[in-house]
Ligand binder design. Structure first.
Ligand SMILES: Nc1nc2c(c(=O)[nH]1)N[C@H]1C(S)=C(S)[C@@H](COP(=O)(O)O)O[C@H]1N2
Ligand SMILES: [Mo]
Length: 309
């Protein structure tokens, strides 16, 4: 399996490059005064010119994106994260990067962001409940961070963990999942340019309920792979355990690629309802890999995606 990612797509060929500053980074003295003013026209431009990474589907509103969430640490209700996550303190924030890397360590959020060129990409984040949203994420390639810390040749997977903050996370006391929330990717999936670490959405720093200050976005996989409020990234040799798979291995596999041909044992995954369309909105057909097959289908050449669901 490929240890290092090499793209034949030139990023600047496919996406109008717009630099968005996370407001926090901006305040931290990046010297970007005035950049906020370009956010909206740039967003409109990006919206008008879909690329391999964005979508021409209309964006969900900030209101929708921040009030219909899954973040079980704060409860299982879709409105629980908006209600409770406000108490989570995300500054300062430290991410431990360890395992098979050349430069392991505890990295502060600002260290991680140093020199990072923020791009805005519009993705559809799809969830296992078969609902979808179109979100203008601000983020950067996970590959960028992994290359900076140096993945060693034996590294084959990347594991992630969410913060465990019992004082502010009422869901931890209830055994919904085995905490910390854990997710993982194969290294080539992690190095794909579609996989980003998002630090904001629209022109806002990441709202707490969406996984501040740093969350993963893997748009060709079901929503639960996109782990929030990350405090640990480990490069491993073997496939790491993941929270949903540990909770119910029959229903949730390691790969969890969006795939209308493979139903969840309790529901069809052939169609989806776009959040905000109203309860009676017509369901639309779900696209394999969430429509990103050109970018990612080759990662799974020769694999049986029914067995590896
Ligand atoms: N730490 C953590 N990350 C998480 C979850 C969670 O419960 N805890 N839920 C996942 C699920 S099931 C989904 S659908 C998405 C939802 O992301 P959103 O609320 O930003 O739309 O976050 C994922 N990341
Ligand atoms: Mo989900």
């Amino acid at each position: 399996m490929a240890g290092r990612y090499k793209s034949d797509l030139n990023w600047s060929d496919v996406t109008p490059k717009s630099v968005f500053m996370n407001r926090r980074q901006w305040m931290a003295g990046a010297g970007a005064a005035g950049l906020g003013a370009i956010a909206s026209p740039a967003l409109a431009q990006l919206n008008a010119s879909p690329s391999a990474y964005s979508t021409d589907a209309p964006l969900n509103t900030l209101e929708e994106i921040t009030n219909y969430n899954n973040f079980y640490e704060f409860g299982t209700g879709k409105e629980d994260p908006a209600r409770y996550a406000g108490k989570m303190v995300t500054d300062p924030w430290t991410v431990k990067i360890d395992g098979l890397v050349d430069k392991p360590g505890d990295y502060g959020f600002d260290d991680i962001m140093k020199g990072v060129d923020l791009e805005e990409r519009i993705y559809r984040l799809r969830c296992v409940e078969a609902w979808s949203m179109v979100v203008p994420w601000i983020g950067f390639e996970l590959a960028d961070l992994l290359n900076r810390v140096g993945v060693q040749p034996a590294g084959k997977y990347v594991a992630f963990e969410t913060a465990v903050l019992p004082d502010v996370m009422p869901g931890l006391a209830r055994g919904y999942l085995d905490w910390p929330y854990r997710e993982g990717l194969r290294l080539d999936e992690a190095m794909n340019p579609l996989t980003i670490l998002a630090t904001g959405l629209y022109d806002e720093p990441m709202p707490n309920q969406n996984g501040a200050p740093l969350r993963l976005v893997v748009p060709w996989k079901y929503g639960f792979k996109s782990i929030k409020s990350i405090v640990r990234i480990s490069v491993t040799e073997t496939e790491p355990p993941t929270s949903w798979n540990m909770a119910n291995a029959r229903e949730y596999g390691f790969y969890s690629n969006v795939n209308p041909e493979v139903d969840h044992p309790r529901w069809s995954q052939a169609t989806e309802r776009k959040v905000g369309g109203g309860f009676f909105a017509k369901r639309v057909e779900t696209q394999k890999f969430n429509g990103y097959g050109d970018q990612v289908a080759s990662l799974y050449d020769g694999m049986d995606l029914r067995a590896n669901f």
